[in-house]
Design a protein around this ligand. Structure first.
Ligand SMILES: [Zn+2]
Length: 125
């Protein structure tokens, strides 16, 4: 089981189940909301326990983004047509036991950095 929380601690969550890929997303929305690329993994919605007042922002017609309404920590991303929730790796209690696997949406990355860690890079997801 893994656990995480926002900066102020009002929102906490646990995940008890298999995790999806750990990726760094370079899309424009993730960069705007996180301040840089967004590192996340995912799990089935039914494997989450989320405690606290999460606020969901309808970022597009296809997905919403969850954050703490008190401190603003960006914690979750969820596509409307999937039963999985992506969660911020930076919010996790360490040791996480997780390693970043790849970069996604690198076609949309910012112009102020290079990706040089040798991990696979995907134009989209
Ligand atoms: Zn908070």
């Amino acid at each position: 089981m893994i656990a995480g929380n926002c900066l102020c601690g009002d929102v906490s969550f646990t995940v008890n189940g298999p995790l999806g890929r750990a990726t760094a997303c370079h899309c424009g929305q993730c960069r705007k909301q996180s301040g840089h690329h967004w590192a996340s993994s995912s799990a089935a919605e039914s494997d989450f326990i989320i405690v606290g007042p999460i606020k969901w922002y309808e970022a597009s017609a296809t997905a919403k983004r969850g954050f703490c309404p008190n401190c603003g920590s960006f914690l979750f991303w969820k596509a409307h047509d999937e039963d999985a929730i992506s969660f911020s790796l930076g919010a996790l209690t360490e040791p996480t036991g997780i390693r970043l696997e790849s970069h996604i949406f690198v076609a949309d990355k910012g112009d102020y950095y290079e990706i040089a860690d040798g991990l696979p890079q995907h134009e989209k997801s």
